[in-house]
Write a protein that binds this ligand. Structure first.
Ligand code: EPZ
Length: 417
């Protein structure tokens, strides 16, 4: 369905937003259900398009899954099909995360190559390099990764670059491998941390969780467990920017301050007054924001998934900002759409220079990828008149009920079927 969003200028957002569970923690943890000999029970699972796509993929493999009211039960004992087909993988590239668990528990997997997406080529060579080092026989033919292994065995793997799903795939492969696996140059994103904690609850033996080196002692089998998905720091960051761009005063609840250091730091530099408790963060803006420079790097540095949102913020800030995107090679598609709204942005290779303008003007724009679409909503909140955002299915992949959450704090957003 080609829904559109109509966003009217909505300044001074006020009130509370309840943050949902993290999409990028739920996706690998749902795949970890493949490893469990009994039911894995999850709470705080966000109701998103990407999640229901993954549920469909796993059900197609014979896995029983119940998902309602943000609660999910996964029972993989009926798993009888080891293929992740192109039709599903192409719509949700995180499907690659079934590869490690299928190999670890069943010794075989056929997963369509995810292919690139709007923001880049998105290769999976590190996933394949690590699984091969653990003894998997992997061939790539007709666009599929075909992998078999008697039993994976522990290995010492140093990843060539920091890769979030690469770390997650190899971690899930190692927990049932024979012997010890050392994973070096691991991603330290909170979502990796959340997956590792869930695996430990299931009986895995992992040390170095949250660091760039994890040591995993393989075990014979894993059981189910109960686990609450960590709060989504990117969703929280997006609503924090919505508050800053509209000069509002908003409290985010059901969130975790300590996973948002780099974003909070940049918002503070922009002039936001930020207070917080154990599970809430309040953002208050008294005057127009100041331009903030940033460079995207792996966690705990500034996250690439917040780059588009901060470019939107900088379009109406006082001063000029320089943004450097170092993770993905093509993650500035939102820039041309923001320019159509009157933004003054120039891009040269992976550097964007944004000169603040007085205001943006509403018009029709098109979303191209998940976080780019979020940045267009943020721009629409501050732009004069109305902004129509096309292809909002991108938004629905990663934001649960965005228009409801924003309208609840004073925005005027309407979904056009
Ligand atoms: C994860 O993608 C996230 N997705 C992305 O979020 C996020 O932007 C990204 O990490 C970076 O933080 C999920 O967790 C489901 P990478 P992932 O492997 O794992 C290169 C969103 O908006 N690379 O960390 O695919 C790669 O090309 C999405 O929710 C290789 O070269 O990203 C990229 O340049 C978008 N070979 C860099 O590493 C590999 O084998 C980081 O990619 C793997 C990665």
């Amino acid at each position: 369905m080609m829904d559109k969003l109509k966003v009217k200028q909505s300044l001074n957002l006020q009130g509370e937003v309840k943050i949902s569970g993290a999409k990028n923690a739920a996706l690998p943890i749902i795949c970890a259900g493949i490893l469990a000999g009994s039911k894995l029970e999850l709470t705080n699972v966000p109701n998103l398009k990407d999640i229901t796509t993954l549920v469909k993929l796993l059900q197609g493999m014979g896995i029983k899954i119940q998902f309602a009211d943000n609660q999910m039960q996964i029972d993989a004992n009926g798993l009888n099909n080891f293929v992740a087909p192109y039709e599903l993988v192409k719509t949700m590239r995180a499907s690659i995360l079934v590869l490690g668990p299928l190999l670890a528990r069943f010794g075989k997997a056929q997963v369509s190559l995810p292919g690139g997406c709007a923001i880049g080529a998105r290769p999976v060579d590190q996933h394949i390099k690590g699984l091969t080092a653990m003894g998997a026989k992997i061939e790539i033919e007709h666009g599929y990764i075909k992998a078999v292994a008697n039993r994976l065995r522990g290995a010492r793997i140093v990843m060539d670059m920091v890769t979030v799903t690469g770390t997650e795939n190899l971690l899930m492969a190692a927990v049932l491998a024979e012997g010890t696996t050392t994973l070096e140059n691991c991603a330290r994103e909170p979502e990796v941390y959340d997956l590792a904690n869930c695996l430990v609850k299931m009986g895995a033996k992992i040390s170095g969780i949250g660091t760039d080196k994890m040591v995993i002692e393989g075990v014979e089998k894993l059981s189910g467990a109960q686990h609450a998905i960590i709060a989504d720091r990117i969703e929280a960051g997006t609503y924090a920017v919505a508050t800053a761009i509209t000069m509002g005063d908003v409290t985010l609840t059901n969130t975790r301050f300590e996973t948002m250091g780099a974003v909070i730091d940049k918002l503070t530099q922009a002039g936001a007054l930020i207070t917080h408790g154990a599970d809430w963060i309040r953002i208050k803006i008294g005057q127009k924001v100041k331009a903030v420079d940033l460079k995207t790097v792996p966690y705990p540095g500034f996250p690439t998934d917040m780059q588009a949102q901060f470019i939107a913020l900088n379009t109406i800030a006082n001063g000029t900002a320089t943004v450097v995107e170092t993770i993905f090679e093509n993650r500035y598609m939102h820039v041309s759409e923001l320019r159509r709204m009157g933004a003054d942005i120039t891009v040269d290779d992976n550097i964007a220079v944004i000169k603040g303008v007085n205001t943006l003007m509403g018009t029709t724009v098109m979303a191209t990828d998940l976080r780019a679409s979020a940045s267009l909503v943020l721009a629409g909140l501050v732009a004069t008149g109305e902004t129509i955002i096309d292809r909002v299915y991108h938004l629905d992949r990663g934001y649960e009920n965005m228009e409801f959450k924003l309208n609840n704090i004073g925005a005027q957003i309407e979904r056009l079927k």
